[in-house]
Write a protein that binds this ligand. Structure first.
Ligand SMILES: Nc1ncnc2c1ncn2[C@@H]1O[C@H](COP(=O)(O)OP(=O)(O)OP(=O)(O)O)[C@@H](O)[C@H]1O
Ligand SMILES: [Mg+2]
Length: 338
């Protein structure tokens, strides 16, 4: 693989302050996440609702202010950039939202929607927005890239299906020729056949434009279908990271095992022992001590409530934060690899 990663998240934290009477308490939505993105890789981020996936995606691009950490894109920490430089850098880092219609201004025609980011970055991209022929061509090209005909440019977003709206959202991101795109639950609102089309489109665009994705989803089947690497998140932290094949063939964290066991198998003759997760996700305002997962873990021992496991590389590229694999972790004697 290449030398320096295109993008690095280092120890990123995002705490939301909440007033509680006279006291301020903090929702620890993201609590120290480190991830490296090699160019051309699709990194999946999976975990239950409320574990901090969207917050991580947003804070990594500084769409919201970070509490702590570094977000290094092409060797520069974007958290330290002056706002003008940050705007310049943003062009290369785009975010595609879950709800396609809500993310498209209903009062604008498709052409205006797709032109909007171009207008914003026109100086940097040295594009004369008065050159309507050129701008029209760029819009047509962006629409073409996502499989939409140029005639639709004069229509309004509500005239399209969810899948087409999502394509418009992708075209809007693509017109800036980004390197890195965060896709937040972008197919969750679509029905299954349309999901597959949009996922295949993402794959084609990745190859054509050498894109790198952070692909956020609570659906592990979708993640399995599109991602090269997978990060499993629990209550603000990444608990396991591995490449796609390895995560499914050798899941190490009990939480990952539970998520995998919940994927439906289409063959009625194959039975899988489902590991049921007891209870709800604990509050990120007051996360459990030690390993955050210990309150729901079917493999937990006494030590897990006291000792926070380190995020450790168990085999090349395969990291896990579990007392079973942690040097200073549980003294249960089961710390060796299985
Ligand atoms: N602006 C905010 N102010 C306070 N708390 C917030 C804010 N945004 C998110 N949170 C809290 O941070 C935690 C993580 O939320 P986030 O939306 O990142 O989760 P998620 O993993 O994306 O969930 P989902 O799968 O439902 O989209 C939640 O407890 C949420 O209530
Ligand atoms: Mg979310």
């Amino acid at each position: 693989m290449s030398e320096t990663p295109l993008f690095q998240m280092k120890g990123i934290k995002k705490y939301f302050p909440m007033k509680d009477g006279f006291k301020t308490r903090y929702v620890k939505a993201v609590d120290g996440v480190t991830l490296n993105f090699e160019r051309g890789v699709t990194m999946g981020l999976v975990g239950e609702s409320g574990c901090g996936k969207s917050t991580l995606g947003r804070v990594a691009l500084k769409l919201i202010e970070p509490t702590e950490g570094e977000s290094i894109f092409r060797g520069e920490d974007i958290y330290r950039l002056k706002s003008r430089d940050l705007i310049g850098m943003r062009r290369h880092m785009q975010f595609i939202f879950q709800d396609p219609l809500a993310s498209l201004n209903p009062q604008l025609r498709v052409r205006q929607i797709i032109e909007e980011p171009l207008r914003f970055h026109s100086k940097q991209m040295k594009i004369n927005m008065h050159d309507r022929k050129l701008v029209g061509k760029l819009v047509t090209d962006a629409l073409g890239a996502v499989g939409l005909p140029p005639e639709i440019a004069n229509r309004y977003p509500h005239e399209f299906s969810g899948g087409q709206q999502q394509r418009i959202g992708i075209a809007r991101a693509l017109i800036l020729r980004p390197d890195f795109i965060v896709c937040d639950e972008m197919v969750s609102a679509l029905d299954v056949s349309v999901q597959a089309q949009v996922l295949n489109l993402l794959q084609d665009l990745k190859e054509e434009y050498h894109l790198t994705y952070l692909f956020i989803s609570h659906n592990l089947s979708v993640i399995k279908h599109v991602c090269d690497q997978i990060a499993v998140m629990y209550l603000g932290k990444v608990v396991e990271l591995a490449d796609n094949e390895r995560l499914f063939s050798n899941p190490l964290h009990p939480y990952t095992k539970a998520l995998i066991s919940a994927i439906p198998i289409p063959d009625p003759d194959i039975r899988r022992n489902r590991i049921l997760l007891e209870g709800d996700l604990p509050s990120p305002m007051n996360p459990p001590s030690g390993c955050r997962f210990h309150t729901r873990c079917n493999e937990a021992v006494e030590e897990c409530s006291r000792i926070e496991p380190e995020f450790k590389e168990i085999e090349p590229g395969h990291f896990v934060a579990c007392c079973k694999y942690s040097d200073g972790g549980c003294a249960c004697g089961e710390g060796e690899k299985e």
